[in-house]
Design a protein around this ligand. Structure first.
Ligand SMILES: Nc1ncnc2c1ncn2[C@@H]1O[C@H](COP(=O)(O)OP(=O)(O)OP(=O)(O)O)[C@@H](O)[C@H]1O
Ligand SMILES: [Mg+2]
Length: 545
């Protein structure tokens, strides 16, 4: 790319397009690799022969390739003893996760222990992908296999350059998807996989067609071209075996997944007293009982946990009832918590079985984070995702522009300053403390009287002169942020609910008392000071960390 005579946007795009038309998907720009999604398996592009070819080759000697990038980072690590990170970024559907897998495969090829048989660290790392994707990926508008969580994989190497341990860190899973999907998207893959499981499993978990479950049938999309749910169920089970998840654990995992589906089918009707509710009908009662059985907890207590609320007062604990709407919110909150704890458990379990190498002082990290998103309707999740991407953009700016140019200045090289758009102002707008959007949102979540309307008014007032913030003309609750990748209009409607991250004490106690040790471990007793009043925990603030 740097050899182009005219280095401007049309020239760059044309160069990439011409190459792409010839199935050349990789191009260098300096030492950065641009990869364009081929949407097809290209012959001989990523096979073992190609890996052999790139092993030890200097960057630039061969055609641009993702293996070359991994090779450089590995050589540098070995020669200079320096740990490295490879950052894969791009918008949703650009091919980050696929590229990450290729990077891991190549690093496993370089640092693998050939011939040891059994489950090696690298095999387990590679096999963790299908497990995490089954529970953390979903079909979205942009991508049939969109990662709804961020992931940082750290490969640890020993002195001889062999992979000796690994750690997978994930960043907040989009949990609202568990209870809410709309056409043409789907919920997390695992729900559909399980509904296509062999008949004995279906019977055991009292499942049926995906379209009979509220959490799945809000969207008319049930099946996805190119995904065979029945085969994927078996593949996921296999991958679980590979990463060391026992048969017993797998059984509990899918029991919990099924329980979430049954929970979603519990409807409520108005009770005889004001602000109270009852289980709507026999069908709902069946799903309540099934959810209770699968979670191995007391069904009556489960019912109470959904339709009653205990309030701590100076005079002691008072039990009140809640109306059908609040009971539904409670049910959804319960389902989301169970699912996100299950996901975190999987990550921890995979890490425990792969094992870390505490004596390793060299590592290569690969970051695959959710890509920039701009949909017709954008909510809290998009704000978090786009905020993460702004952070990465800042890091990119820092490394590529600021540092390079500082070096030129230091070395008194004759150069002309390259303009780039610094996005610090967007970051300040979102994360500044106090006064940024997240701080104002957290504040709103603390006040019981706040609504998304009051929050929006506050944002309009506060940022009326901010050049990256705007109020769309016809809306009283939406706001626009000018991101580095374009303008995004956010609908603030569910921001407050989505930002709150606390487990209702009744839900926590109920599941902690489960007769199934797997479920009970997902909900350990909360530390004393956190019970009942831990309502200030916020998702957005955790995102900033
Ligand atoms: N190198 C590749 N070769 C073949 N197909 C690819 C490649 N990269 C991406 N694809 C295709 O594009 C799809 C989307 O890619 P991928 O899931 O990697 O996107 P992503 O950038 O991780 O998106 P998201 O941010 O939504 O997770 C893949 O499911 C696959 O079909
Ligand atoms: Mg992805």
């Amino acid at each position: 790319m740097t050899r182009l005579s005219y280095l401007h946007e049309p020239g760059v795009l044309d160069n990439l397009a011409v190459r792409y038309a010839k199935n050349i998907i990789y191009t260098y720009t300096g030492n950065i690799l641009i990869a364009i999604n081929p949407f097809q398996r290209l012959p001989n592009l990523v096979d073992v022969q190609t890996m052999e070819k790139y092993k030890g080759a200097n960057l630039g000697d061969l055609d641009p390739h993702v293996f070359a990038i991994a090779d450089v980072s590995y050589r540098q690590m070995m020669n200079e003893g320096k740990s490295n990170s490879i950052l894969v970024s791009g918008e949703s559907g650009a091919g980050k996760t696929e590229t990450t897998k290729l990077l891991m495969r190549y690093l496993a090829f370089l640092g693998g222990r050939s011939g040891t048989g059994g489950r090696t660290v690298e095999q387990q790392v590679l096999e963790s992908n299908p497990v995490l994707e089954a529970f953390g990926n979903a079909k979205t508008v942009r991508n049939n296999n969109s990662s709804r969580f961020g992931k940082f994989v750290e490969l640890q190497f020993d002195k001889s350059g062999k992979i000796s341990g690994a750690a997978i860190r994930t960043y907040l899973l989009e949990r609202s998807r568990v209870c809410q999907t709309s056409s043409p998207e789907r919920n997390y893959h695992c729900f559909y996989f399980l509904c296509s499981a062999p008949s004995e499993d279906i019977k055991k978990y009292k499942l049926g067609d995906p379209s009979s479950f509220h959490y799945l049938n809000q969207s008319s999309c049930i099946r996805v071209d190119g995904i065979n749910d029945a085969e994927e169920y078996l593949a996921t089970r296999n991958a679980m075996d590979m990463v060391g998840i026992t048969e017993e654990e797998q059984e509990a995992i899918f029991r919990v997944v099924a329980a979430v589906l049954h929970l979603g089918n519990i409807s409520f009707a108005k009770g005889t007293e004001a602000d109270s509710s009852v289980i709507k009908d026999a069908k709902s009662r069946f799903h309540l009982n099934t959810a209770g059985e699968l979670l191995m907890c007391d069904c009556e207590k489960l019912e109470n946990a959904l339709i009653k609320r205990e309030i701590n007062t100076p005079e002691g604990v008072i039990t009140t009832t809640v109306g059908p709407n609040s009971a539904t919110v409670s049910r959804d909150g319960f389902a989301k918590q169970i699912y996100s704890r299950l996901f975190d458990w999987l990550v921890n379990r995979i890490n425990a079985s792969i094992g870390q190498d505490p004596s390793s002082d060299k590592l290569i990290g690969v970051l695959d984070i959710y890509g920039f998103e701009s949909f017709k309707t954008n909510s809290f999740e998009q704000l978090c995702i786009n905020f993460t991407n702004e952070k990465l953009q800042q890091h990119f700016n820092q490394n590529v522009f600021k540092m390079e140019q500082e070096e030129y200045t230091r070395e008194q090289i004759n150069w002309s300053y390259i303009e780039f758009v610094d996005n610090q102002d967007v970051l300040d707008l979102i994360e500044k403390k106090p006064g940024g959007i997240i701080a104002l949102l957290d504040e709103a979540c603390m006040f019981p009287k706040s609504t998304h309307e009051t929050l929006s008014q506050k944002l309009y007032e506060k940022f009326k002169n901010h050049k990256r913030f705007a109020k769309p003309k016809l809306s009283r609750t939406a706001f626009t942020i000018q991101h580095y990748a374009g303008d995004v209009i956010y609908q603030s409607d569910h921001f407050l609910d989505k930002n709150k991250d606390y487990v209702v004490a009744e839900h926590q106690e109920l599941l902690n008392a489960s007769r199934c040790s797997f479920v009970s471990v997902l909900f350990p007793p909360a530390p004393e000071e956190n019970t009942k009043s831990s309502k200030s925990s916020s998702i957005a603030t955790r995102f900033k960390l």
